[in-house]
Structures are given as structure tokens and as C-alpha cells.
Design a protein around this ligand. Sequence first.
Ligand code: FMN
Length: 173
Amino acid sequence: MWDFFGTVRHRHSIRKYQPDMPVEAEKLHAILEMACAAPSAGDLQAYRIIVVRDPAERRALVHVAHEQGFIAEAPVCLVFCADPARSAATFGERGARLYAVQDATIAAAYAQLAIVAAGMGSTWVGYFDEEQVRAVLGLEPGLVPIALMSLGYPAELPEPSSRRRLDEVIGWR
Ligand SMILES: Cc1cc2nc3c(=O)[nH]c(=O)nc-3n(C[C@H](O)[C@H](O)[C@H](O)COP(=O)(O)O)c2cc1C
């Protein structure tokens, strides 16, 4: 088990999975709990997380995500959806436009690190057709899918990706 810094450093996007190694129910539960432990505006948790295990639905998600086949190879796909109406009830237009998306994004980021801590891997998929994801999953009206996340045991150890230098990204005042 790594400490927090090790967990962050060992997270790499995984696009090859061991198809015969299912995600254990207890680990999945722990990952979802960590996602829901993320901060949210007004503590409203203005998001929904759809756990897609059904192989036919995962194959359908491949098609609506421009044929990114690893989504069906991984045994689980988590679909993070913003719930703008939930945030708007308290925060109005800013809640609908910004906070709900931030709430869902932070939950997804926490999930991605929890997945590493649980000994598995994931890839955050943003390249998909929103309307078609809604149709495939029969999402409640108003929910906005913001990220698909493949989840499973890795069958590859990717090279670490590069990052911009800190002094390009950080401004000090
Ligand atoms: C908002 C967002 C959208 C992304 N969309 C995709 C995607 O559609 N397909 C994919 O294979 N990876 C996608 N990625 C993963 C990035 O390509 C990956 O995080 C980046 O190249 C850095 O590599 P690393 O995750 O291994 O550190 C996405 C990541 C983010 C944060």
C-alpha cells in the first residue's frame, strides 16, 4: 500500500485490462465511498454515479465514445454525471453551470485515486457523445454525463506521462 503521494505517482491511464479479473464488490463499494467523500458545493453532492457492469451496455458505450474499445475490456465503467438542478436549487445559475460540474469532477478524481489505492487502474474518458451516452444509459432528464471511467485490473504498465514544468504552471505572488 502506498502513501498518498505514492498513490498519485502510481496513477497512469490504463487502456488494457485483464478481462477475467472482476472488480470485487467490497473494493467497488470502497471506491464509490471515496468518490462520495469528496467536497461539494454546499455539501449537496450534485452528481450521480452510474456503475455500468453489463457487457452489452459497456459495448454500447464504446460506440458512443468513438470506438474506444478498452471501455468494454474493463469489467466496470463508472459514469459520472453532473446534476445541475440539484445545485441550482441552492446556488442558482452558478450552481447549475459551475458547481455541479465541479462536484462531479472532484468525485471522479477521488475515485480515480481510490482505484489505484485498491490495486486497480482506470482511464478518464471525456471524448464521447453526450446525447448518445444519455440514450444508452437511459439517464434521468437533466443529468449531464461528464466522464466515463473504465475500471479494472491492469494488463499493462504504461510509461509515466510527462508533465509541464512547475514554473510554467504555477504563479507566485
Ligand atoms: C478531461 C479528460 C478527458 C480525457 N479523455 C480521454 C479519452 O477520451 N480517452 C483516453 O484514452 N484518455 C482520456 N483522458 C486521459 C488523458 O489522456 C491522460 O490522463 C493524460 O494523457 C495523462 O496521462 P496519465 O493519465 O497516464 O497521467 C482524459 C483525461 C481527462 C482529464
